[in-house]
Structure formats: structure tokens, C-alpha cells
Design a protein around this ligand. Structure first.
Ligand code: P6P
Length: 329
């Protein structure tokens, strides 16, 4: 009896999915697919490092250096190096910008080509690594403008201009979520084949959800409207979930509904999260899934960036829940 392929067998990989999407765009050149595959490869490599961090650290401590003999480095730096090296080999990328680097890196100038800019937070929430909590890589892809000489100005584009955005969550499983502007697709890494396999296509955020996600320890310094909302939520049977790792908190909000927020605080009067490589990519994902995302009075994707590492307040999630918070602001 020949082996059967069960209907439940998921055989759509990220690569074949992206190529399929590309085939739907007649003028596609395949350059974007190369970037998506580079991010996928980096995600697998970073995920492996994340899962073995404590083991290597333990081994490293035992032998005064880790198994590769390399000096124990913070995983943020390791993740950043992996992304820079892999993305650096893709001819379609002109500029790379990372949370870890003060300035963007120019890979190709002017006539040397490079249609795209890639911005990322290589390992968001890395302080949670030591306690086994989900952390993630967040990425945003913009078109390059070779006429702009200043790399920082090139990447300081409004979130509406993103070509694609997504994240990789290194949690109980390694999850790749991406949008290219036609809805949100979710993949899970199948270690047995080493591929991200499609598990949800056209993912939609629940319209509402009685869960809010915020660090309430800061609530005494939130603007009044947020405090009024929290009083209302406490009296309305809402539950709170806060992991302190943006990728994990946003992923839960995307799948189960509710609202995630990082309001202005005394310590971070503009909010803590970065516009270009945290708020914007997450806002594109949430809006493409039918949700809303605001930074202060503005739709996050409309905020005009001034600096690469600019911070903004973040309020995103189910449309009903975001509008409810906004009604108090
Ligand atoms: P707080 C992690 O350090 C991070 O950048 C985000 O992943 C997370 O949402 C936020 O900071 C948590 O900040 O102030 O609540 O610890």
C-alpha cells in the first residue's frame, strides 16, 4: 500500500507560499522572495541559538568559554550578526537598519542597485531569555530611494509605505508571521523538515476580546485617559495578560483578541517602543488582520518618522477594544 498523504499534512512551505504570491504579481522580479527566504533562514539560525543559549552558557561557564570556543556574547549581538550576514548577501537590499546599530548600514549605493531597505529588531524582549519566555525578531521592509544620499532619511519612511512586515516568535514553537499587504499568513517551523509550514492564511484578529496587555506598574504615570480606561476594565470583568515581550504579547493579542499598549510614562514620555522596527511592522500586521493601531492621536502607520530610533506610544489590537481605549483618551 503506497504511503498516503493525509489531507491534514501541511505541505506549503514559506518559500513555496512566497513564490506563489510572487507569481500573482506579473511584474515581480523575485527579489522580494530572496529577502523573505533570507529572513526565514536567519530565523532558523537565531531560533537554534535561542534554544541552546543556556546550555551553551552552562557549558561555556564550565569550560570558561562556550562550545564554539567563542567568547559568550549577548544573544542580541549574535542575532544581529546573523541577520546582517545573511541579509548582506542579498543583492536586492540597499540599506539595513537594526535596533542594535546607531546608524543604518549601506550595502549598495545609487547605481549599484538594491530595491529594498530592511529594518529589524534582531531579538526583541531578550531580557526574558534567561527565564525561558518567548522572544522574537521583528522586521519591516521598505523600498529604497537611491536618490536620497542619507541612509537614515531613506529608512525614515511612514509605516504606510512598508512593502512587507512581520515577526518570528521563538516561543513554545517557532512561528513566522508575515504580511505583504494582502492579509496576514502564519507559518510554524517543522524541525523534522527544517521548513516553516503554512498553518493559517488570511489570519483575522477577533473583533473584540476582554483582555488588556499593559505594564500596570507604570499606570500611576500614564496620561489620565489610560488610567480611566483601566478603572473601567477592572470593573468590566476584563483580564490582564502581560509577558513583557512585545512579540509574544502582540502574537497573543492577534490570535485571541484584546488590546496591547505601551502608553507614555514618566521614564519614557514618548513611549518605550520604537516606531520604525517595532510599532510600524506590528501595526501593519494588526491592520492587515482587521485590527487597529494608534500612536497617541495618530494612526501608527501615518506617523512621520524623524529619527531611526524614534520611540512612540503603542495602542493596538481588536478594533472594538482599541476604539474603547481611545474613547477614554
Ligand atoms: P517594560 C522588551 O524589553 C521590550 O522592548 C518589549 O519587547 C516589551 O513590550 C517592553 O520592552 C516591555 O517593557 O517596561 O514593560 O518592561
Amino acid at each position: 500500500m503506497p504511503p498516503t498523504v493525509e489531507p491534514s499534512d501541511n505541505l506549503t512551505s514559506l518559500q513555496s507560499h512566497i513564490l506563489g504570491e510572487e507569481a500573482r504579481h506579473p511584474n515581480a522580479t523575485g527579489e522580494f522572495s530572496w529577502i523573505a527566504s533570507a529572513i526565514s533562514l536567519a530565523g532558523k539560525a537565531i531560533g537554534h541559538k535561542v534554544r541552546h543559549a543556556r546550555l551553551q552558557d552552562v557549558l561555556g561557564r564550565a569550560g570558561a568559554s562556550n562550545v564554539q570556543g567563542e567568547e559568550q556574547q549577548k544573544l542580541d549581538v549574535i542575532a544581529n550578526t546573523i541577520l546582517m550576514r545573511i541579509l548582506g548577501t542579498r543583492a536586492s537590499i540597499a540599506v539595513i537598519a537594526s535596533e542594535e546599530d546607531e546608524q543604518p548600514t549601506i550595502l549598495r549605493r545609487g547605481s549599484e542597485g538594491g530595491k529594498y531597505c530592511v529594518l529589524f529588531d534582531p531579538l526583541d524582549g531578550s531580557s526574558n531569555l534567561d527565564v525561558g519566555v518567548g522572544v522574537g525578531t521583528i522586521f519591516s521592509i521598505l523600498r529604497n530611494d537611491p536618490l536620497i544620499p542619507d541612509a537614515e532619511k531613506t529608512v525614515c519612511q511612514r509605516g504606510l509605505r512598508q512593502v512587507a512586515a512581520g515577526y518570528i516568535l521563538y516561543g513554545s514553537s517557532t512561528i513566522f508571521v508575515i504580511t505583504t499587504g494582502n492579509g496576514v499568513d502564519m507559518f510554524v517551523l517543522d524541525h523534522s523538515v527544517g521548513s516553516f509550514l503554512l498553518v493559517d492564511r488570511g489570519l483575522k484578529i477577533p473583533k473584540s476580546g476582554k483582555t488588556y496587555s499593559v505594564n500596570e506598574a507604570n499606570s500611576s504615570t500614564f496620561p489620565d485617559g489610560y488610567r480611566k480606561y483601566l478603572e473601567w476594565a477592572h470593573a468590566s470583568g476584563y483580564s490582564t495578560r502581560y509577558i513583557g515581550s512585545m512579540v509574544a504579547d502582540v502574537h497573543r493579542t492577534l490570535l485571541t483578541g484584546g488590546v496591547f499598549m505601551y502608553p507614555p510614562t514618566k521614564k519614557n514620555p514618548d513611549g518605550k517602543l520604537r516606531l520604525l522596527y517595532e510599532a510600524n511592522p506590528m501595526a501593519m500586521i494588526v491592520e492587515q488582520a482587521g485590527g487597529l493601531a494608534y500612536s497617541g492621536d495618530h494612526r501608527t502607520l501615518d506617523v512621520e518618522p524623524a529619527k531611526l530610533h524614534q520611540r512612540v506610544p503603542v495602542l493596538l489590537g481588536s478594533p472594538d477594544e482599541v476604539e474603547r481605549v481611545r474613547s477614554f483618551l
